[in-house]
Design a protein around this ligand. Structure first.
Ligand code: PLP
Length: 397
């Protein structure tokens, strides 16, 4: 019973998540999640951009079971077939030449910082500063918190890891002014997810790339949320027409099995030599089997194309809602199936709550933006369920 689970959680689990939404899911199927009391929910948040295949995708589960019957973990001391093959997938489908696997988005970003620093260390250049953006989100480890431009994540952990600073997003002059001869890398999300789906301008991204080229700075794109097809291309930087020197990905990469990846151009990747970085779990046979199955199903079911198509449709319908409720919806942002619906502050919390009561799972960013990141295989009819429910909620409020 939910009541008992809540009691256990409150007694034994650290209170990092406070009062969670009062529901506990038992199983899922596609877009649907079934609570332990039988209630059915629509998962428009997709486990925060993780469950790109939806829940319990039969082929995905079959691939995981096949791997479980063979091997879960060996060690990085030995060659791992799935690891090599998943690295090949990432490299052959992106601008990167090499990949490294870990277990989360934060860990992938940590690896990116280390690679950027060691790259200049080995060149004999004293460059160690990393510039990122205000309102960004890069993870919860000490270095990624230092890169995350949000006061409430940083303040309790001061003094922060040195060498990190943030500037306003989409403000090229501010970024240019922050660069020094010690700058090793600039790290950006092309669409800031956690803060409420805020895309960078195309022109800004191009200028950042050029600035990095001119000054010999590495460009790191954090694709933890935007990657793996979420925006209607495998990676956001493709949409923006720029090539990062390093990019990171995680969330959807394992379809729910924890895995992260840090990918880089050959010249940069070469700075990592034996012993410079490592991991116990990263890229183990099970996690990389999950990643391979994700790629496989994406290709077979043309999920990235579906994401672009249904995402476009969904955004058009939401734009119509914005026209219908101009005094309630202030903006609809995003691409593909990462969409933010910004509401007036007076009603946003209520809208989020009412959506939940009507069994729509979303997230509320900064108290004003409803974020959705549903599975990439949703249909137009399923997209309609969300829009129609939001329409009903807005009519009531
Ligand atoms: C979620 C997220 C992270 C952190 O990933 P974890 O797996 O929670 O460590 C980093 N960057 C971005 C852009 C994210 O959305």
């Amino acid at each position: 019973m939910l009541k008992d689970i809540i009691e256990l959680d409150k007694k034994y689990y650290m209170n990092t998540f406070g009062d969670r939404l009062p529901v506990c899911f038992e199983r899922g199927e596609g877009l649907k999640l079934y609570a332990d009391n039988g209630d059915v929910y629509y998962d428009f948040l997709g486990g925060i951009a993780v469950n790109a295949l939806g829940h319990s995708h039969p082929e995905f589960i079959a691939a995981l079971k096949r791997q479980l019957d063979k091997l879960i973990h060996t060690s990085s001391l030995y060659y791992i077939e799935n690891q090599a093959k998943l690295a090949q997938k990432l490299v052959e489908n992106s601008c990167a030449d090499k990949a490294f696997f870990c277990n989360s988005g934060a860990e992938a970003n940590e690896a990116a910082f280390k690679l950027a620093k060691i790259y200049f260390y080995k060149k004999g250049e004293e460059r160690y500063e990393i510039i990122s953006l205000d309102h960004s989100f890069h993870g919860r480890t000490l270095a990624t918190v230092a890169a995350t431009g949000q006061k409430h994540y940083q303040d309790p952990y001061r003094p922060l890891t040195p060498g990190f600073k943030q500037v306003a997003p989409n403000n090229f002059e501010a970024l240019e002014a922050a660069v020094t001869d010690k700058t090793a890398a600039i790290m950006i999300e092309l669409v800031q997810g956690e803060s409420g789906v805020h895309p960078m301008d195309l022109e800004y991204a191009e200028k950042v790339r050029k600035l990095c080229d001119d000054k010999g700075i590495l460009l790191i794109v954090d694709e933890v949320q935007t990657g793996m097809g979420r925006l209607g291309k495998l990676f956001a930087h493709e949409l923006y027409g720029i090539e990062p020197d390093i990019f990171t990905c995680a969330k959807a990469l394992g379809g729910g099995v924890p895995i992260g990846a840090m990918c880089a151009k050959a010249e940069v990747a070469a700075a990592f030599e034996p012993g410079d970085h490592g991991t116990t779990f990263g890229g183990n046979p099970f996690a990389t089997a999950a990643g391979l199955a994700v790629f496989d199903i994406y290709e077979k079911e043309k999920l990235i194309e579906n994401c672009a198509e249904v995402g476009g449709y969904l955004k058009d319908r939401l734009a119509e809602l914005a026209d219908k409720y101009p005094d309630k919806i202030t903006e609809v942002r995003g691409m593909g199936l990462l969409i933010g619906i910004e509401l007036i502050p007076e009603i946003a919390g209520d809208v989020f709550k009412k959506l939940f009561e009507k069994k729509m799972l979303t997230s509320l960013c900064k108290g004003i933006t409803i974020r959705i990141a549903p599975p990439l295989n949703i249909t137009r009819d399923e997209a309609d369920i969300f829009v129609d429910t939001l329409d009903a909620v807005l009519a009531e409020i």
